[in-house]
Design a protein around this ligand. Structure first.
Ligand code: 4HQ
Length: 246
């Protein structure tokens, strides 16, 4: 899949795109990310991207013309069949289902705003969807774009190795992950649960399933309100869930 990014801070993306899983996905040619500087689409000597708000008040607003020009040019280069996403707190909240949906698109264009926001007419003319990564205010859409790119990269076949994909399945089912342990065997007097060192792999799998359910009940009971999540439980997990209700 290909992702194009529009920002006035392209340098923010450099370490992110050259490191870890995302870096390797790009190296392997599984993911393509092109970062464009919004200022390259300005028309004046000063390469301005912002101006004072109509109606007054504090702060600056990003001007529509550079954005509209940038999105149109970048989209045309993608064969005009791309999906244009604005990162903003007014957007639909990003979750696993939304990540999968977006990962099914071959070409994405991500718009990263700064300042108090972007002229409303950008939304009206060149944006297909607004996405938020959560209910808090950031200074720009760059970190949300990186969050989205990292989550998307994990859905591209071949990016995440086999071992990891099994762990990933647990969230697909809608439960939290089970606890993990590695050496040393004792930490601050706390021992590793015996089942994990006894070598009975069927028992280990059942223990992990039950711990995943227990963690979900304790930390995110809201996830168990979803019928498709309950439908995905093993018979043993369902019995445990019934027991927890009484
Ligand atoms: N922004 N999820 C960009 C966010 C945000 C979020 C605030 C986006 C500032 C200029 N974006 N504007 N939360 O806080 O996506």
């Amino acid at each position: 899949m290909r992702v194009q990014v529009l920002t006035i801070f392209p340098e923010l993306f450099e370490p992110f795109l050259s490191t870890s899983l995302v870096g390797r996905a790009i190296e392997k040619g599984l993911l393509e990310v092109r970062v464009h500087d919004l200022r390259d689409f300005t028309a004046d000597r000063h390469r301005s991207v912002d101006d004072e708000p109509y109606g007054g008040g504090g702060g600056m607003v990003m001007m529509a013309p550079p954005w509209i020009r940038a999105v149109r040019e970048v989209a045309a280069a993608a064969g005009d069949r791309c999906w244009r996403v604005l990162l903003s707190p007014q957007g639909v909240r990003l979750d696993d289902a939304k990540v999968r949906e977006l990962a099914g698109r071959a070409d994405l264009v991500l718009l990263c705003g700064r300042y108090e926001g972007i002229d409303e007419r950008v939304r009206q003319t060149v944006v297909d969807e607004e996405i938020s990564i959560g209910d808090y205010v950031l200074s720009g859409g760059e970190l949300p774009a990186m969050v989205l790119i990292e989550a998307l990269s994990r859905q591209v076949p071949g990016v995440v190795g086999l071992a990891d994909s099994v762990a990933n399945d647990s969230f697909r089912l809608g439960l939290l992950d089970h606890p993990h342990y590695t050496r040393p065997p004792v930490v601050e007097g706390l021992e590793v649960p015996e089942v994990l060192t006894a070598g009975d792999h069927a028992k280990i799998r059942r223990w992990r399933e039950q711990e995943a359910l227990r963690a979900t009940l304790e930390k995110r009971p809201d996830l168990l309100a979803r019928p498709e999540v309950v439908a995905g439980l093993t018979p043993e997990q369902r019995r445990e869930l019934e027991r927890s209700k009484s």
